[in-house]
Write a protein that binds this ligand. Structure first.
Ligand code: ZN
Length: 170
């Protein structure tokens, strides 16, 4: 069964229990997370067995670009693309323009690599500031124009994922 932060019962009924509602009120998860988790669980019930062993971590949305962060995926890129298509059709209420599923692996680097596709990651540097904050500077190859998701959206979603400023150098 696909793992999500929400109870099975809530996913089935579409109504949040007190405990799950609280996670949303506290800002740990969002209504969007619940909608995406429901969508994945419905796809699994419809026989989409590829997601059975996966875990849904979080969803991020900006200007119609929906990034779904997953874990435990041993699914290949081709099957992932099929799944993205299913999710895009199923999430009619949210109407995403573009859906991308990203598999969380050991390094932050791998998340960046997946999100900037089909461009590639040339370098990743971290700068620390006197106030203790930090910033990632990313260079992509051959250029930011090659990224499917616009630069500003990639920066803003990565900032949300990593909780630090992210700059993609042009
Ligand atoms: Zn619940």
């Amino acid at each position: 069964m696909v793992k999500t932060p929400f109870c099975q019962f809530d996913l089935r009924t579409g109504v949040l229990c007190y405990k799950c509602q609280k996670m949303i009120e506290e800002g740990k998860y969002s209504e969007l997370d619940f909608e995406v988790a429901r969508c994945l669980s419905e796809l699994e019930n419809k026989g989409y067995s590829l997601i059975k062993n996966m875990e849904f971590l979080k969803a991020y949305e900006k200007s119609g670009f929906l990034i779904i962060l997953m874990a435990n995926g041993s699914i290949d890129r081709g099957d992932l693309a099929k799944l993205e298509k299913e999710v895009k059709t199923k999430l009619r209420a949210i109407r995403p323009r573009y859906v991308k599923m990203i598999i969380k692996r050991r390094t932050e680097r791998s998340i960046i690599e997946q999100i900037i596709q089909p461009a590639r990651l040339l370098s990743l540097n971290i700068a620390w500031f006197p106030d203790g904050s930090s910033q990632y500077s990313i260079k992509v190859y051959p250029s930011v124009k090659r990224m499917y998701i616009p630069k500003g959206i990639v920066e803003s979603i990565l900032k949300e994922i990593f909780h630090r400023e992210v700059i993609i150098e042009a």
